[in-house]
Design a protein around this ligand. Structure first.
Ligand code: UD1
Length: 364
């Protein structure tokens, strides 16, 4: 059995770290990196830190408009699929690399395995929502992380090949969070690559990431978010995605931020450390909301909707509108329930995935 796995963006490297290790116990895997994320701290760092096997192919597609970026990936992946003739193609999540991989395979009648299927924000203006819906409708195996995701697929008439295996990112959090105590707090802070803000270890901190197009493409939104951080009771560590960094630098000239510690993107173990030990997480990322939930850190999500609706129960996660009063109110005044359910599995999602694809009855 041969599987081609396509990855391209940061969260996909983390998911592949959890799944590839298992897949390779059963099958040959060819790893294709589209090159969507290409800065070393957005890509290489993860491969090294998480011991992900080196990609067999790197398409080096880089940045561009959605159409151009996706088209270049589609063309490159198609060539690889024709050459490698895999039994399956596997993709994760909802990025442009996901839809490009799924579409290339589907046209060649290679069955598609979609991991993290069935998520919906019900906001078609998000490129991710378009990518995930289209990918789900051309997939043969749809591995969902939650019952909500299974129900979303059923509502769209997709019932065959749908499995709730738990969340592969939860596998990664459980596996790698055992390794985060190997460094001291002072070492974690010393290793940060500071862009601006206070240097050295601080006692308490909020951790924030902001990178969604809906927040970063509008300078007034970034301004609102950062000026609300100025009024918090502890500094905000903000590892900045390259696009966000450009926007923040413009805003910083005007706002002269004092309470934000802006740093270069950090590795996965660092992210787990700073998340686990933060007062709260404030983010517009999908994955980080869930990581915060699993690591028991309350989260405020800077979006109008979330795909991870379960995290909202008991206010472990809460949505904030992009205005200063609401952001501050949600960060400072939200009471979080002591009770918490385990919605994302026990860290064995990758194992379950393999037992389904590689079980006798499922061989093509
Ligand atoms: C992509 C995903 C998003 C995911 C995110 C994870 C899509 C549509 N979006 O968003 O769902 O949450 O990855 O991080 O696929 N850039 C660099 N260096 C890099 C990567 C990006 O400078 O290594 C800059 C470029 O200016 C680029 C911009 O960031 O134009 C956006 O990058 P892109 O890969 O298009 O989307 P992301 O915003 O990272």
């Amino acid at each position: 059995m041969k599987i081609v796995t396509v990855v391209g963006a940061r969260p996909q490297f983390i998911k592949a770290a959890a799944v590839s290790r298992k897949i390779r116990e059963y099958s040959e895997e060819i790893l294709v990196h589209t090159g969507q994320h290409y800065d070393s701290n957005m890509s290489e760092l993860f491969f090294q830190e998480l011991h992900i096997p080196s990609p067999d192919y790197n398409l080096g597609v880089g940045s561009g408009t959605h159409g151009k970026q996706t088209a270049e990936m589609l063309q490159g992946i198609e060539e690889i699929l024709i050459k490698e003739k895999p039994d399956y193609l596997m993709v994760y999540g909802d990025t442009n690399s996901t839809i490009a991989g799924a579409l290339a395979a589907s046209k060649l009648l290679i069955p598609v395995i979609h991991v993290e299927a069935g998520l919906r924000s019900f906001n078609m203006a998000m490129p991710e929502e378009q990518n995930r819906i289209l990918t789900d409708h051309i997939s043969k195996y749809l591995f969902c992380s939650t019952d909500t995701a299974v129900e979303n697929l059923h509502r769209e008439g997709i019932t065959k090949g749908v499995y709730n295996i738990g969340d592969v990112m939860c596998d990664a959090v459980m596996y790698y969070s055992n390794l985060i105590d190997e460094k001291s707090k002072e070492e974690y802070f010393a290793d940060l690559k500071y862009i601006f803000g206070e240097r050295g270890a601080v006692e308490r901190w909020y951790l924030s990431t902001v990178h969604r197009a809906e927040n970063t493409d509008d300078v007034s939104k970034i301004k609102t978010i950062l000026s609300s951080y100025e009024k918090l009771d502890a500094p905000v560590i903000l590892p900045a995605h390259p696009r966000t960094r450009r926007m923040i630098q413009q805003v910083n000239d005007e706002l002269q931020l004092k309470n934000t510690i802006c740093v270069e993107p950090i590795g996965y173990l660092e992210m787990l450390y700073f998340t686990k030990n933060a007062v709260k997480v404030v983010t517009d990322s999908g994955g980080l909301q869930k990581e915060a939930y699993i690591l028991d850190t309350p989260c405020v999500t800077l979006r109008e909707q979330t795909e991870w609706v379960e995290t909202l129960n008991g206010n472990h996660n809460i949505l904030a509108h992009i205005n200063e009063a609401d952001i501050l109110d949600k960060i400072l005044n939200t009471r979080v329930s002591e009770q918490k359910e385990n919605y994302y599995g026990n860290g064995d999602a990758a194992e379950k995935l393999c037992s389904i694809i590689f079980s006798e009855g499922n061989h093509e």
